[in-house]
Design a protein around this ligand. Structure first.
Ligand code: NAP
Length: 305
């Protein structure tokens, strides 16, 4: 099969190559999926599991990409809830070969049915940002109607989902970003915009929940804007922020069949808009994943045109 591989971290996306690789086999609990569309997160080559397996052993050349939409071709022993020929979408294991390939082996529990009226390109764009926003807001952030949310990087792939899901849940949403992102953030449904290049973050709060995609100094400064009992949720790695009266949580998204179903239903009935920037073929993927202009939105590789 054709696949994109990476062999050394220092080269980043510039080191990606389109090569021939053996088709994967379904281990216990796996299905094999013929990938129709694959989603890539722009900084995933900086993640340690891109390079090593669960025992920290080198697994290069590795195939990146952890979101997919496609069709099940093989059922491994012990799989439940899926059938051969079924359209599916979901998120794959960080420590195994990913979805920038014609086929991928993935645990069945990481996949959900993709309704026939949802395009594969859209399906592949939903798992990472949709599940991350959902889990950050509702599981870790315990968000409920009437609360306020400060959503960082709100024009971005995750941030734009955070705004929309938080608004639908009845929250008041303040989105942040660069000056040029103002209209995009308001169009995704934020009631207010904070221009991080010109406005003072310190003038914002207090809010009930900060959804942080940056980490570092932003995380610590944002913690000061949270009211007593509130929550700082970050997806940018371990946080050192501490709240005197509240919770600071960092987490890594997990696949969840039921949540994928909730997310795709919202896309079908127009409550949720996905944020796709570039769509490319597998043959042109290396160029698409090395853009010469500022990248906006999710990059989707349409593996089967
Ligand atoms: N822990 C998890 O489970 C998890 C899950 C998903 C994603 N992530 C991580 O979350 C991060 C965000 O992912 P994403 O896909 O949403 O990225 P993205 O689409 O690039 O979104 C980030 C947004 O923040 C903006 N931004 C960056 N630095 C800024 C600054 N200093 N001031 C103002 N705006 C700034 C970006 O603008 P520019 O494009 O102009 O820089 C962009 O609009 C990534 O590091 C990703 O790896 C973690």
């Amino acid at each position: 099969m054709k696949a994109i591989v990476v062999t050394d971290q220092a080269s980043g996306t510039a080191g990606m190559k389109l090569v021939e690789r053996p088709e994967p086999q379904a281990a216990t609990n796996d299905v094999v999926v013929q990938v129709h569309a694959s989603g890539f997160t722009w900084d995933e080559l900086t993640w340690p599991p891109t390079w090593t397996d669960r025992l920290d052993r080198d697994r290069t050349p590795s195939i990146p990409g952890h979101e997919l939409a496609g069709v099940v071709t093989v059922l491994g022993y012990g799989t439940t809830g899926l059938s051969v020929g079924q359209r599916v979408f979901g998120l794959t294991d960080w420590t195994r070969d990913g979805t920038l390939a014609e086929y991928v082996a993935v645990e069945a529990r990481n996949l959900a049915p993709l309704p026939g009226d949802v395009d594969f390109t859209v399906g592949a764009s939903l798992p990472m940002p949709g599940l991350t926003a959902w889990q950050g807001l509702f599981e870790h952030g315990r968000l409920h109607a009437g609360q306020s949310v400060l959503a960082h990087g709100a024009a971005g792939v995750v941030g734009s989902m955070v705004i929309q899901l938080a608004r639908e849940a009845g929250a008041y949403v303040i989105g942040t970003g660069r000056a040029a992102d103002r209209q995009a953030v308001l169009d995704f449904g934020a009631q207010e915009f904070v221009d991080l290049e010109n406005d003072a973050l310190e003038d914002v709060g207090p809010v009930d929940l900060v959804f942080d995609v940056f980490g570092g100094d932003f995380g610590k400064r944002s913690a000061a804007q949270i009211r007593a009992g509130g929550t700082l949720v970050t997806i940018a790695g371990p946080t050192e922020a501490r709240l005197a009266n509240g919770l600071a949580v960092d987490f890594v998204v997990e696949s969840d069949r039921a949540q994928l179903g909730e997310i795709v239903q919202r896309v079908r009935d127009g409550r949720l808009r996905t944020n796709i920037g570039t769509v490319s073929t597998l043959d042109d993927a290396v160029a698409a994943l090395n853009p010469t202009k500022r990248r906006k939105g999710k990059t989707i590789i349409r593996v089967r045109p």
